[in-house]
Design a protein around this ligand. Structure first.
Ligand code: DLZ
Length: 161
């Protein structure tokens, strides 16, 4: 089974003990988004985040992540936002529109907001591919989302120090 350390270095990772992290998670494909959320929260705690500093909000689908993440960014309540969703290709072009809209929307937020937005959206051809990345053969991407948030919050703070 692969792990986050295959993709990310854990060297010099800062403590998350003073970080407030917002998570927006989708109801769609919740058999995937639930384990992604769980791994994200557990990893944040493992690196020192206080449970009371982790704000979790739920939205219907990945298209709603844009609005919800934007609200969180502007709230001033958190230092970084993780958007978690899972879009699985179906028989119609809907997949492409939602995946593209969601990706572009979150990318815009990430580029233009004052705090980082982590793209925790799986886009897969099959449910099986998503399962492999949500606690299956390829690990749980939620760990990567948490570590990325910690790294990016620290990066943002480097401009304030
Ligand atoms: C409509 C739809 C479809 C077909 N597939 C997904 C999906 O695979 N993953 C997901 O997160 N959401 C999906 N949705 C719902 C849309 O994201 C959105 O909630 C609706 O279009 C209403 O805006």
């Amino acid at each position: 089974m692969s792990s986050t350390t295959d993709n990310l270095t854990l060297q010099d990772l800062p403590s998350a003990s003073d970080m407030r992290v917002g998570i927006v998670v989708c109801e769609w494909n919740n058999s995937i988004t639930d384990p992604l959320l769980e791994a994200t929260v557990n990893t944040l705690k493992q690196y020192g985040a206080k449970p009371e500093h982790i704000m979790v909000r739920t939205v219907p689908g990945s298209f709603e992540l844009i609005f919800a993440a934007n609200k969180m960014v502007k709230s001033g309540l958190v230092d970084g936002v993780i958007a978690i969703g899972c879009i699985i290709r179906g028989d119609t072009p809907h997949f492409d529109f939602i995946a593209q809209g969601c990706t572009n929307g979150l990318a815009q937020l990430n580029a233009n907001g004052n705090i980082p937005v982590v793209f925790g959206v799986l886009t897969t051809n099959t449910l099986e591919q998503a399962q492999e990345r949500a606690g299956g053969r390829l690990g749980n991407k939620g760990e990567e989302y948490a570590l990325t948030a910690i790294k990016m919050i620290d990066y943002a703070r480097s401009y304030e120090r």
